[in-house]
Design a protein around this ligand. Structure first.
Ligand SMILES: [Zn+2]
Length: 189
């Protein structure tokens, strides 16, 4: 591998990493420990129309509520769970929430179904990051360009090859020199 191929590879890896990061933008995972009757709210600032995907799993049943900042404030002040956008009870949940308007939205995980403390694995993923994804794609394209330019220059060098025996111009694809029958295969670097 020559320096250009190594450069192309490094640029490609950098761009590809950005594409991957852009695709799985902002992943978050946490283990939520809840005593019997306890709950925990995790707030996310979201803009209108933004979608977030939640994955929750536990060995025991738990209940999930999604509410806006006003309803969460009511919950913290009065303990009322009314006015949630979403309520579901189960052991495993994969759910998607789309913000109706710009606000901080809370996913509230509650242990109201078990007679003991429980552990809930919680993960969320926001939508892809376009700047990271597009920037990475451009860098990947640049790495491909570097490789193409390098391959073209290698071809040109081969065409200008001379026979080490008689000194006449020969093609890099020939096995033997047509002028002096010198074997050309094997002495290429
Ligand atoms: Zn020759």
């Amino acid at each position: 591998m020559n320096a250009w191929k190594i450069t192309a590879l490094i640029v490609f890896i950098a761009g590809f990493t950005l594409v991957i990061l852009g695709g799985v933008y902002n992943p978050y995972t946490d283990v939520v420990n809840l005593p019997q009757g306890g709950f925990r709210g995790i707030g996310f600032s979201m803009y209108e129309g933004e979608t977030v995907t939640y994955h929750l799993s536990s060995l025991e049943r738990f209940t999930v509520y999604i509410m806006n900042s006003t309803e969460f404030q009511k919950l913290m002040n009065n303990g009322t769970f009314n006015g949630s956008y979403y309520t579901q009870t189960g052991k495993i949940m994969n759910l998607q929430f789309r913000a109706p308007k710009e606000d901080v939205y809370y996913i509230v995980i509650a242990n109201f179904n078990s007679q003991k403390g429980i552990e809930v694995d919680f993960a969320y993923r926001k939508g892809m990051s376009m700047p990271l994804f597009l920037g990475g794609s451009i860098i990947v394209a640049i790495s491909v360009l570097i490789l193409i330019v390098d391959l073209l220059s290698v071809k040109r060098v081969n065409r200008d090859k001379v026979c080490p025996e008689c000194g006449r111009k020969v093609s890099g694809e020939w096995n033997y020199c047509p002028y002096c029958r010198h074997e050309l295969r094997g002495d290429e670097k």
